[in-house]
Write a protein that binds this ligand. Structure first.
Ligand SMILES: *[C@@H]1O[C@H](CO)[C@@H](O)[C@H](O)[C@H]1NC(C)=O
Length: 296
Protein backbone atom coordinates (compact mmCIF):
# COMPACT_ATOMS: atom_id res chain seq x y z
CA UNK A 1 0.00 0.00 0.00
CA UNK A 2 2.73 2.45 1.02
CA UNK A 3 4.73 1.89 -2.14
CA UNK A 4 1.75 2.76 -4.31
CA UNK A 5 1.01 5.87 -2.27
CA UNK A 6 4.65 6.93 -2.48
CA UNK A 7 4.58 6.63 -6.26
CA UNK A 8 1.53 8.85 -6.27
CA UNK A 9 3.38 11.36 -4.09
CA UNK A 10 6.26 11.48 -6.50
CA UNK A 11 3.95 12.25 -9.40
CA UNK A 12 1.98 14.88 -7.49
CA UNK A 13 5.15 16.22 -5.91
CA UNK A 14 6.77 16.87 -9.27
CA UNK A 15 4.03 19.37 -10.03
CA UNK A 16 3.14 20.91 -6.71
CA UNK A 17 6.07 20.44 -4.39
CA UNK A 18 5.66 18.91 -0.97
CA UNK A 19 4.47 20.03 2.39
CA UNK A 20 5.71 18.19 5.46
CA UNK A 21 2.27 17.75 6.85
CA UNK A 22 0.05 17.43 3.81
CA UNK A 23 -0.32 13.84 3.67
CA UNK A 24 -3.21 12.36 1.75
CA UNK A 25 -3.38 8.89 3.13
CA UNK A 26 -6.81 7.69 4.05
CA UNK A 27 -7.28 6.59 7.60
CA UNK A 28 -7.29 2.83 7.99
CA UNK A 29 -9.32 0.68 10.29
CA UNK A 30 -7.57 -0.44 13.45
CA UNK A 31 -7.23 -4.08 12.50
CA UNK A 32 -5.83 -3.35 9.03
CA UNK A 33 -2.64 -1.97 10.58
CA UNK A 34 -2.61 -3.01 14.24
CA UNK A 35 -3.27 -5.88 16.59
CA UNK A 36 -3.74 -6.09 20.36
CA UNK A 37 -0.48 -6.94 22.17
CA UNK A 38 -1.84 -7.64 25.65
CA UNK A 39 -5.10 -7.80 27.64
CA UNK A 40 -7.38 -8.61 24.70
CA UNK A 41 -10.33 -8.48 27.11
CA UNK A 42 -9.61 -4.80 27.79
CA UNK A 43 -10.30 -3.86 24.15
CA UNK A 44 -13.60 -2.71 22.78
CA UNK A 45 -13.56 -2.40 19.02
CA UNK A 46 -16.63 -1.41 17.04
CA UNK A 47 -16.68 0.03 13.55
CA UNK A 48 -14.23 2.92 13.39
CA UNK A 49 -13.80 3.30 17.11
CA UNK A 50 -11.36 1.51 19.42
CA UNK A 51 -11.50 1.79 23.20
CA UNK A 52 -8.74 0.69 25.57
CA UNK A 53 -9.69 0.07 29.16
CA UNK A 54 -7.68 0.35 32.37
CA UNK A 55 -9.09 -1.13 35.54
CA UNK A 56 -7.74 -2.63 38.74
CA UNK A 57 -6.88 -5.86 36.91
CA UNK A 58 -5.10 -4.58 33.84
CA UNK A 59 -4.34 -1.91 31.29
CA UNK A 60 -4.11 -2.76 27.58
CA UNK A 61 -1.82 -2.22 24.61
CA UNK A 62 -1.60 -2.66 20.86
CA UNK A 63 1.10 -2.60 18.20
CA UNK A 64 1.46 -2.37 14.44
CA UNK A 65 1.59 -5.64 12.52
CA UNK A 66 4.58 -4.34 10.54
CA UNK A 67 7.69 -2.35 11.25
CA UNK A 68 8.54 0.82 9.33
CA UNK A 69 11.30 3.26 8.53
CA UNK A 70 10.62 6.96 7.99
CA UNK A 71 7.34 8.57 7.02
CA UNK A 72 4.47 9.73 9.19
CA UNK A 73 2.17 7.96 11.62
CA UNK A 74 -0.97 9.56 13.02
CA UNK A 75 -3.69 8.49 15.36
CA UNK A 76 -6.65 10.39 16.74
CA UNK A 77 -7.10 9.97 20.47
CA UNK A 78 -9.70 11.10 22.98
CA UNK A 79 -8.13 10.79 26.40
CA UNK A 80 -9.64 9.54 29.67
CA UNK A 81 -12.45 11.86 30.77
CA UNK A 82 -12.95 13.16 34.30
CA UNK A 83 -10.61 11.76 36.91
CA UNK A 84 -7.61 10.31 35.07
CA UNK A 85 -5.08 10.77 37.89
CA UNK A 86 -2.41 8.07 37.99
CA UNK A 87 -3.08 6.86 34.45
CA UNK A 88 -0.73 7.11 31.48
CA UNK A 89 -1.76 6.68 27.86
CA UNK A 90 1.19 6.33 25.49
CA UNK A 91 1.53 6.51 21.71
CA UNK A 92 5.00 5.76 20.41
CA UNK A 93 7.31 4.23 17.87
CA UNK A 94 10.05 1.87 18.95
CA UNK A 95 12.60 -0.53 17.55
CA UNK A 96 13.63 -3.73 19.36
CA UNK A 97 16.72 -4.68 21.31
CA UNK A 98 19.02 -3.11 23.90
CA UNK A 99 20.16 -0.32 21.57
CA UNK A 100 16.65 0.53 20.55
CA UNK A 101 15.37 3.88 19.32
CA UNK A 102 12.05 5.26 20.54
CA UNK A 103 9.85 8.32 19.94
CA UNK A 104 7.28 8.74 22.73
CA UNK A 105 4.12 10.64 23.42
CA UNK A 106 2.97 10.00 27.01
CA UNK A 107 -0.27 11.55 28.19
CA UNK A 108 -0.21 11.92 31.96
CA UNK A 109 -3.65 11.97 33.57
CA UNK A 110 -4.79 14.34 36.29
CA UNK A 111 -7.55 14.94 38.80
CA UNK A 112 -10.88 16.19 37.42
CA UNK A 113 -10.55 19.71 36.05
CA UNK A 114 -6.73 19.80 36.17
CA UNK A 115 -4.83 19.71 32.90
CA UNK A 116 -3.49 16.54 31.30
CA UNK A 117 0.24 16.85 30.61
CA UNK A 118 1.95 15.60 27.48
CA UNK A 119 5.43 14.24 27.94
CA UNK A 120 7.60 13.49 24.92
CA UNK A 121 10.87 11.61 24.98
CA UNK A 122 13.39 10.29 22.48
CA UNK A 123 15.64 7.28 22.91
CA UNK A 124 18.68 6.91 20.68
CA UNK A 125 20.71 3.71 20.90
CA UNK A 126 18.91 2.71 24.09
CA UNK A 127 19.41 6.03 25.89
CA UNK A 128 16.46 8.31 26.73
CA UNK A 129 16.45 11.09 29.35
CA UNK A 130 15.24 13.65 26.82
CA UNK A 131 11.89 14.52 28.39
CA UNK A 132 9.85 17.59 27.55
CA UNK A 133 6.46 18.36 29.08
CA UNK A 134 3.66 20.65 28.04
CA UNK A 135 0.03 21.34 28.69
CA UNK A 136 -2.16 21.37 25.61
CA UNK A 137 -4.08 24.40 24.33
CA UNK A 138 -7.33 22.42 24.41
CA UNK A 139 -8.97 19.82 26.63
CA UNK A 140 -7.85 16.49 25.12
CA UNK A 141 -10.62 14.58 26.91
CA UNK A 142 -13.52 16.36 25.17
CA UNK A 143 -12.75 15.54 21.52
CA UNK A 144 -10.51 13.51 19.29
CA UNK A 145 -7.26 15.25 18.34
CA UNK A 146 -4.54 13.98 16.05
CA UNK A 147 -1.11 13.05 17.34
CA UNK A 148 1.62 12.39 14.77
CA UNK A 149 5.23 11.42 14.52
CA UNK A 150 7.06 12.47 11.36
CA UNK A 151 10.41 10.77 10.84
CA UNK A 152 12.94 11.32 8.09
CA UNK A 153 16.71 11.07 7.83
CA UNK A 154 16.86 14.77 8.75
CA UNK A 155 14.52 15.11 11.70
CA UNK A 156 11.92 13.65 14.02
CA UNK A 157 8.91 15.92 14.52
CA UNK A 158 6.13 15.44 17.09
CA UNK A 159 2.85 17.08 16.02
CA UNK A 160 -0.45 17.77 17.73
CA UNK A 161 -3.24 18.59 15.26
CA UNK A 162 -0.41 19.22 12.77
CA UNK A 163 1.23 21.82 15.02
CA UNK A 164 4.85 20.83 15.74
CA UNK A 165 5.52 20.57 19.48
CA UNK A 166 9.00 19.13 19.23
CA UNK A 167 11.80 18.70 16.70
CA UNK A 168 14.83 16.48 17.06
CA UNK A 169 17.22 17.26 14.21
CA UNK A 170 19.89 15.08 12.74
CA UNK A 171 23.17 16.39 14.14
CA UNK A 172 25.44 13.64 12.92
CA UNK A 173 27.68 16.34 11.50
CA UNK A 174 28.34 17.31 15.13
CA UNK A 175 29.12 13.69 15.96
CA UNK A 176 25.76 12.94 17.59
CA UNK A 177 23.96 9.69 16.76
CA UNK A 178 20.62 9.96 14.96
CA UNK A 179 18.05 7.14 14.72
CA UNK A 180 17.98 6.07 11.10
CA UNK A 181 19.16 2.49 10.99
CA UNK A 182 16.45 0.48 12.77
CA UNK A 183 12.88 -0.26 11.66
CA UNK A 184 10.29 0.74 14.25
CA UNK A 185 6.88 -0.53 15.24
CA UNK A 186 4.00 1.77 16.20
CA UNK A 187 2.46 1.19 19.63
CA UNK A 188 -0.07 2.48 22.11
CA UNK A 189 -1.08 1.49 25.60
CA UNK A 190 -2.81 2.60 28.78
CA UNK A 191 -1.54 1.63 32.22
CA UNK A 192 -1.39 2.59 35.88
CA UNK A 193 1.64 4.75 36.73
CA UNK A 194 0.49 6.41 39.92
CA UNK A 195 3.96 6.07 41.42
CA UNK A 196 5.14 9.00 39.23
CA UNK A 197 2.64 10.25 36.65
CA UNK A 198 0.38 12.73 38.38
CA UNK A 199 1.76 15.69 40.30
CA UNK A 200 4.98 13.79 40.80
CA UNK A 201 3.24 10.67 42.17
CA UNK A 202 1.44 12.51 45.00
CA UNK A 203 -2.00 11.80 43.49
CA UNK A 204 -2.87 8.11 43.27
CA UNK A 205 -5.28 6.33 40.96
CA UNK A 206 -8.81 6.30 42.40
CA UNK A 207 -10.05 2.87 41.33
CA UNK A 208 -13.63 3.73 42.28
CA UNK A 209 -13.56 5.82 39.06
CA UNK A 210 -12.42 2.94 36.84
CA UNK A 211 -12.63 1.77 34.12
CA UNK A 212 -10.46 4.53 32.62
CA UNK A 213 -11.04 4.60 28.86
CA UNK A 214 -8.91 6.03 26.04
CA UNK A 215 -10.63 6.12 22.61
CA UNK A 216 -8.94 5.92 19.22
CA UNK A 217 -9.83 6.34 15.58
CA UNK A 218 -8.29 7.51 12.29
CA UNK A 219 -5.19 5.32 12.15
CA UNK A 220 -2.73 6.46 9.46
CA UNK A 221 0.66 5.09 8.58
CA UNK A 222 2.41 6.51 5.50
CA UNK A 223 5.82 4.99 5.82
CA UNK A 224 8.22 2.52 4.25
CA UNK A 225 7.28 -0.97 5.38
CA UNK A 226 10.14 -3.20 6.54
CA UNK A 227 9.65 -6.94 6.24
CA UNK A 228 10.96 -8.89 9.22
CA UNK A 229 12.62 -11.34 6.83
CA UNK A 230 15.00 -8.62 5.64
CA UNK A 231 18.01 -7.33 7.64
CA UNK A 232 17.91 -3.83 9.15
CA UNK A 233 20.67 -2.71 6.79
CA UNK A 234 18.76 -3.90 3.72
CA UNK A 235 15.58 -2.26 4.97
CA UNK A 236 17.44 1.01 5.57
CA UNK A 237 18.69 0.88 1.99
CA UNK A 238 15.27 0.05 0.60
CA UNK A 239 13.67 2.89 2.57
CA UNK A 240 16.16 5.54 1.43
CA UNK A 241 15.46 7.52 -1.74
CA UNK A 242 17.68 6.85 -4.69
CA UNK A 243 17.64 7.88 -8.33
CA UNK A 244 14.62 5.92 -9.43
CA UNK A 245 12.67 5.69 -6.20
CA UNK A 246 11.99 8.84 -4.22
CA UNK A 247 10.08 8.96 -0.96
CA UNK A 248 8.11 12.11 -0.13
CA UNK A 249 9.77 12.42 3.30
CA UNK A 250 13.18 12.82 1.67
CA UNK A 251 12.20 15.95 -0.27
CA UNK A 252 14.57 18.84 0.56
CA UNK A 253 11.63 21.21 1.15
CA UNK A 254 10.69 19.23 4.26
CA UNK A 255 14.18 18.61 5.59
CA UNK A 256 13.35 21.17 8.27
CA UNK A 257 10.28 23.04 9.52
CA UNK A 258 8.97 25.78 7.25
CA UNK A 259 8.65 29.35 8.56
CA UNK A 260 5.05 28.92 9.68
CA UNK A 261 5.83 25.71 11.54
CA UNK A 262 8.88 27.29 13.19
CA UNK A 263 6.63 30.07 14.49
CA UNK A 264 4.16 27.50 15.77
CA UNK A 265 6.93 25.71 17.65
CA UNK A 266 8.16 28.96 19.20
CA UNK A 267 4.58 29.65 20.34
CA UNK A 268 4.24 26.16 21.88
CA UNK A 269 7.53 26.51 23.74
CA UNK A 270 6.68 30.01 25.00
CA UNK A 271 3.12 29.35 26.10
CA UNK A 272 2.65 25.64 26.74
CA UNK A 273 5.93 23.92 27.54
CA UNK A 274 6.73 23.81 31.25
CA UNK A 275 9.61 21.36 31.34
CA UNK A 276 12.54 20.85 28.99
CA UNK A 277 15.46 18.57 29.84
CA UNK A 278 17.64 21.00 27.90
CA UNK A 279 17.18 23.67 30.57
CA UNK A 280 17.25 21.40 33.63
CA UNK A 281 20.64 22.37 35.02
CA UNK A 282 20.06 20.45 38.26
CA UNK A 283 19.73 17.23 36.31
CA UNK A 284 22.28 18.04 33.61
CA UNK A 285 25.01 20.35 34.99
CA UNK A 286 26.55 20.17 31.53
CA UNK A 287 23.92 21.02 28.90
CA UNK A 288 23.43 18.04 26.56
CA UNK A 289 25.29 18.69 23.30
CA UNK A 290 22.20 18.32 21.12
CA UNK A 291 20.50 21.11 23.10
CA UNK A 292 23.36 23.47 22.32
CA UNK A 293 23.09 22.73 18.62
CA UNK A 294 19.29 22.89 18.57
CA UNK A 295 19.46 26.52 19.67
CA UNK A 296 21.35 27.60 16.57
C1 LIG B 1 -1.93 18.30 36.97
O1 LIG B 1 -2.43 19.49 37.54
C2 LIG B 1 -1.49 20.19 38.33
C3 LIG B 1 -2.22 21.36 38.97
O2 LIG B 1 -2.79 22.19 37.99
C4 LIG B 1 -0.32 20.60 37.47
O3 LIG B 1 0.66 21.24 38.27
C5 LIG B 1 0.28 19.38 36.79
O4 LIG B 1 1.30 19.78 35.88
C6 LIG B 1 -0.79 18.62 36.03
N1 LIG B 1 -0.29 17.43 35.34
C7 LIG B 1 0.21 16.34 35.96
C8 LIG B 1 0.54 15.21 35.08
O5 LIG B 1 0.36 16.24 37.15
Amino acid sequence: MSARISVMFVVVGLFFGFGLMDCCVNAAKFDELFQPSWAFDHFDYEGELLKLKLDRNSGAGFGSKSKYMFGKVTVQIKLVEGDSAGTVTAFYMSSDGPNHNEFDFEFLGNTTGEPYSVQTNIYVNGVGNREQRLNLWFDPTQDFHSYSIFWSQKQVVFLVDDTPIRVHSNMEKHGLPFPKDQPMGVYSSIWNADDWATQGGRVKTDWTHSPFIASYKGFEIDACECPASVTAAENAKKCTSNGSNRFWWDEPTIAELNVHQSHQLVWVKAHHMFYDYCTDAARFPVTPAECEHHRH
